[in-house]
Design a protein around this ligand. Structure first.
Ligand code: SF4
Length: 378
């Protein structure tokens, strides 16, 4: 037994206090007051990499589009990616579709109860399996996400690095031990809620914290926020990316990203990363040849946007370009289409491309470009 566990002796009182606080202070959320396992699964997958305050409308829209796991299983991948548009980390959406199909074929349309079965499904790891099993079905499985790690680190003044496997395993043991068996799902949500709303990363609100009397960091440290131990952040690399709004008559070329890579299956304005010594115009010509095997004439810069991913950031420059010669081929992309600008809504785009589309629509670029083209001036 690890030393922190011996400090959990009055865990019943701890659990009672925490649940009392949760019952009276929890934030209202569309997916919280339900025991529908399908809704809980969808919300947990969304929450893996999306903040609660950004998720509300996405969850409702997704459930309206696919009200049951059977509806989701019967959807096309493009439809699911479109419903996921803006949430990022699109492998989550593809895994959800695979899981929904597996649930329908192997589990008669019922999201499994057992942790072992849940964890065997695509996109479901230890955290999500424990969350679904406890919240939807009331099984005794503790969750250990970033919020819970922070709360436990401070409660028990754990100064070891929680990213180390051995420390994580010990924390899991403590989390399991503190679990309230009558209400495991609420207990898990209460710990996460405490971390999200009170025991926050930079400025924990210890003066209003329901468990302050049990917290070693509060009682023994000048600055409880110094735990958990933080790793120095590495500088993210930044890339210049050039893409083309390539016109042919009244249509624009969009390309689908390879399905197995980052942002797989999403549509975008074709282009790529600038190489050393290359101008933006040269970069675009090269990328179109490599990706689609045809030639373009690059015209003016339309707009640039910054976008940040988890491990790098980009500035995306969109140039107006005209189709020149050759036939598009799927050299470095999964598919391509010529579409009219009023059909962007039919395709799922990454957030960076959406920012550009929003800008071009706001400035009425497409309307102007099309009317100039009709008047023979384009
Ligand atoms: Fe976190 Fe402060 Fe509560 Fe301790 S007392 S759990 S540091 S908010």
């Amino acid at each position: 037994m690890n030393t922190w566990l011996s400090e959990c002796e009055d865990k019943t009182q701890f659990g009672r206090k925490l649940l009392f606080w949760y019952d009276t202070n929890k934030r209202s959320m569309a997916w919280r007051d339900t025991d529908n396992p399908y809704h809980i699964w969808v919300s947990e997958i969304m929450l893996q990499q999306t903040r609660v305050d950004q998720m509300g409308s996405y969850f409702t829209r997704f459930i309206n589009l696919f009200p049951t796991v059977e509806d989701l299983a019967g959807a096309k991948e493009d439809e699911v990616l479109k419903a996921w548009e803006g949430l990022g980390y699109y492998s989550r959406a593809r895994n959800m579709l695979r899981t929904a199909r597996q649930v329908v074929t192997e589990f008669h349309g019922k999201i499994p109860e057992a942790y072992d079965k849940l964890i065997s499904l695509p996109g479901i790891g230890p955290y999500t399996a424990a969350a679904i099993s406890s919240i939807a079905y009331g099984h005794d499985h503790a969750v250990l996400d970033g919020n819970v790690v922070r709360v436990l680190s401070r409660l028990f003044k754990i100064s070891s690095d929680p990213r180390r496997a051995v420390i994580k395993a010990q924390m899991m043991e403590v989390a399991e031990n503190l679990l309230v068996p009558e209400r495991p799902g609420d207990y898990n949500q209460a710990m996460m809620e405490l971390g999200a709303c009170v025991c926050t990363p930079k400025t924990p609100k210890c003066n209003v914290c329901i468990v302050a009397s049990k917290c070693r960091a509060y009682k023994e440290l000048d600055d409880p926020a110094s735990l958990p131990r933080k790793q120095k952040r590495k500088m993210k690399p930044h890339y210049q990316v050039v893409a083309g709004l390539i016109w042919r008559d009244h249509e624009i070329l969009i390309a689908q990203r390879p399905k197995d890579g980052m942002l797989g299956g999403l549509w975008e304005f074709p282009g790529g990363k600038q190489e050393e010594g290359e101008s933006f115009e040269e970069c675009l010509i090269r990328e179109i040849r490599e990706e689609l095997d045809f030639d373009v004439i690059v015209e003016n810069l339309l707009h640039s946007v910054d976008h940040s991913y988890s491990h790098f950031s980009i500035t995306l420059h969109l140039y107006c370009a005209r189709y020149f010669s050759g036939q598009p081929k799927t050299m470095g992309c999964a598919d391509w289409r010529w579409i009219s600008p009023d059909r962007f809504d039919d395709y799922a785009f990454p957030r960076s491309d959406l920012k550009i589309i929003e800008y071009l629509e706001k400035t009425e670029y497409f309307k102007t470009a099309l009317s100039m083209s009709e008047n023979g001036k384009k």
